[in-house]
Design a protein around this ligand. Structure first.
Ligand code: PHE
Length: 341
């Protein structure tokens, strides 16, 4: 029996120290120490021993059990240590690898121009307002004095959302004039920028969606001189102090008198080229003195108050500011183009 125990001790210790994986270790524990294990089998024979032999054998069996248990525990600890080391090695961070630089975007050139515009007008005491892109025909046309038969009201020119032509994608930012006067009364100095929609084909200077910035000033004693002075100052801030402007008579239903404002062609300096279509001038905005009917539509007495308004295309402004030749570039979001700004 002593020899049996000794064999178990030796072979078990050998096997335990050779084990490489947790489950194998558990199998060994069952093999030697389990209910049907080898050590247990030996202990069951204890009854056959004489009373004198029993204590010594019992002691030895306990020693073997303790030795095996200690060996299993030791090996188990060693295995987890090894596993942890392997894991750490696998997950090690090489702090010497150069970092990845995230690609950082920047403002779209048109929004840079818009921000410049806002800054200029804020410095002149204007407020910035926002309005809906889905607009009522009442605001987009009727209150702006656009007659029933005005071509821009036609289904071929405007995106209507309702069969009865009552709701549409605004075709201009001018409805903001009405919303501003109705909402805040007079005196008022405001600008409002945003998207507008027209059924235009896409070409180098047209798109069915584009951006406008609208301005409105209403107060006592506002004249055409204020309109010219303000717009000239803004244009020279944007295009440079030497920029020449031209105010041409025009017609808008909601202003009287009305004008369009041109600047000297930035490409040819006035000689005539493809950018200005040989004109030497480029039209950049529409403006005029707010029509008395429009003031009255907003509950303002035109005998007491007068004002001017203007509206301009932001894309065109950006084209001129950065000398870009084709408006489609503004919308295409081609990185090769955008990265140049
Ligand atoms: N809303 C006009 C347009 O889209 C521009 C404009 C605005 C003209 C304000 C006069 C006054 O063409």
């Amino acid at each position: 029996m002593k020899a049996q125990l000794e064999t178990i001790r030796q072979s078990a210790l050998e096997a335990i120290t050779a084990v490489q994986a947790g489950p194998d270790l558990e199998a060994l524990r069952v093999k030697y120490l389990g209910k049907k294990g080898e050590l247990t089998a030996v202990l069951k024979q204890m009854g056959k021993l004489s009373p004198e032999e029993r204590p010594a054998m019992g002691q030895m069996a306990n020693d073997v059990r303790a030795a095996l248990e200690a060996a299993i525990e030791g090996q188990s600890a060693a295995l987890s240590q090894k596993a942890m080391e392997a894991k750490l090695k696998l997950e090690a961070v090489d702090v010497t690898i150069p970092g990845r630089k995230p690609v950082q975007g920047h403002k779209h050139p048109m929004y840079t121009v818009l921000d410049e515009m806002k800054e200029i007008f804020l410095n002149m005491g204007f407020e910035i307002m926002d309005g809906p892109e889905i607009e009522q025909a009442d605001y987009n046309f009727t209150k702006l004095n656009a007659p029933e038969n005005h071509p821009s009201r036609d289904w071929t020119d405007t995106f209507y959302l309702e069969e009865d032509s009552s709701v549409l994608l605004r075709s201009q930012t001018s409805p903001m004039q009405i919303r501003a006067m109705e909402g805040y009364g007079v005196p008022i100095r405001m600008i409002s920028a945003g998207r507008v929609y027209r059924k235009d084909e896409v070409d180098a200077t047209h798109s069915p969606m584009f951006h406008q910035i609208e301005g409105l000033v209403v107060d006592k004693g506002i004249t055409m001189a204020d309109l010219k002075g303000t717009l000239n100052a803004v244009i020279r801030e944007i295009y440079g102090p030497e920029t020449q402007t031209r105010f041409r008579p025009h017609h808008f239903p909601f202003t009287e008198p009305s004008c369009e404002v041109d600047i000297r062609c930035h490409k040819c300096g006035g000689k005539g080229c493809s950018t200005c279509k040989g004109e030497g001038w480029i039209e950049i905005l529409g403006a005029g003195m707010v029509h008395p009917k429009v003031l009255r539509n907003c509950g303002i007495d035109p005998e007491e108050y007068s004002g001017f308004a203007f509206g301009m295309g932001l894309e065109r402004l950006a084209l001129g500011r950065y000398k870009i030749s084709d408006m489609r570039l503004i919308f295409e979001n081609d990185m090769r183009f955008l990265e140049q700004f």
